[in-house]
Ligand binder design. Sequence first.
Ligand code: PSU
Ligand code: MN
Length: 347
Amino acid sequence: FFWRAAARPSCLRAAASRPSRLRSYHELPPSRFLQVSEEVRDAVATGKPVVALETTIYTHGFPYPDNVALASLLESVVRTNGGVPATVGILGGVARVGLSADELIEVAATAETKSALKVSRRDLGYICGLGMAGKRIHGGTTISGTMVLSHLAGIKIFGTGGLGGVHRGGETSMDISADLTELGRTPVTVISSGCKSFLDIPRTLEYLETEGVCVGTFADGREGPVDFPGFFTRESGVRSPRVIQDEAEAAAIVYAQSKLQLSSGIHFANPVPLEYSIPKADMDRIIEEALRLADAEGYRGSDNTPFVLAKIKELSGGSSLPANRALVESNVKRATKVAVELAKLEQ
Ligand code: PSU
Ligand code: MN
C-alpha cells in the first residue's frame, strides 16, 4: 500500500516539497500549540537570516509602554541590518514564533499587571496545555523557553540582553538557570552581554563547560585574553574561555558546529558599548544591596532574577535603563550580522 502524492494529507505533501536541509518544525504538521508566522516560516525555508528575540525581557524586565518601544526598536534593528526578526512568546496559551506588532503590545502590556508567566522549558507544556483546556494565559519566554521554540521553528541565532547563570550560593541552593542546561542541549546560538554579577560568574562558566557549551567573547581587535563581560561592565574579573574577533568568525563556528551535528548551543558574549558601561565598584554596591533585599524578603526560585533585576533598576535611580537598552540593541545588531554571515555560508 502506498499513497499517491496527490492523495497524501496536505501537511505531508508540503513537507515533501520543502528543501531537504530543513529539519525540525518543517517536518511537523501545523500545531495547535505552536504557531510560526508566515514571514518567519518563509524566511527560514528560503535561507534568510532570521534572528529570534525573547519576551521575558518585556513581561518581567521593562515597564510598559517602554517595553513596546524597545520591542519595536529591536525588530527594526534586525531589519535594518538585513535580517528577519522573530519575537517569541506565549499569546493566549499558544506558543508563537514571530509575534505581530499588535500581539507584541498585548504581551508587553501584561508588565503593568504582572499577569504573564515567566516561561522557561519546564513551563511550555504547562502553559500550552492549559491554553488547550481554555485558560488562555500570556507568557514571556526566557532564554531557555525562547531557544526551545526557536529551534522548533528552525531558527539558529538569537540576540538578547543577559544570560541566566549559577546564582551566588548555588552550590547549596542549586539555583542554576535553565538557560545553561538549554544551551547544553539545544543547537541555538545566543548573543548577550554575559551575566550580571549578582550571579556567580566563575561557576556559571564551569557549568557551561560541563554542558559542552562553546563560550566566546567578541574582542573587536583587542589583543590577548579578554574578560567574559558582566552585563553592565565590560570586565568581570573572569577570563572568557574563548575569544572571537568578529561576526564572520562567529558564523564560521556556528556553521562548523552544525556540520559536526553537535546538538549543543553556543554563547557569544558582546561587551556593553564602552560609553554605556557602568563602573564595577558602583554596580557591586547596588548588587550587594539588591541581593540582601531578595534574601530578606524571601524571593527565591524563578522569582529571584526578576526581583533582583527590578531592585538594581530602582537602586541605580533608573540610570541602568539606558545602559540596558543600549546593550540589548548592540547585541541584537551583532546577532543579525552573525545570522547574515551564516546565511552566506549556508547558501
Ligand atoms: N538576566 C538579565 N536580564 C534578563 C534575564 C536575565 O540581565 O532579562 C531574564 C532572561 O529572560 C533569562 C532569565 O533567560 O531572566 C533567567 O531567569 P532565571 O535566572 O530564573 O533562570
Ligand atoms: Mn533559578
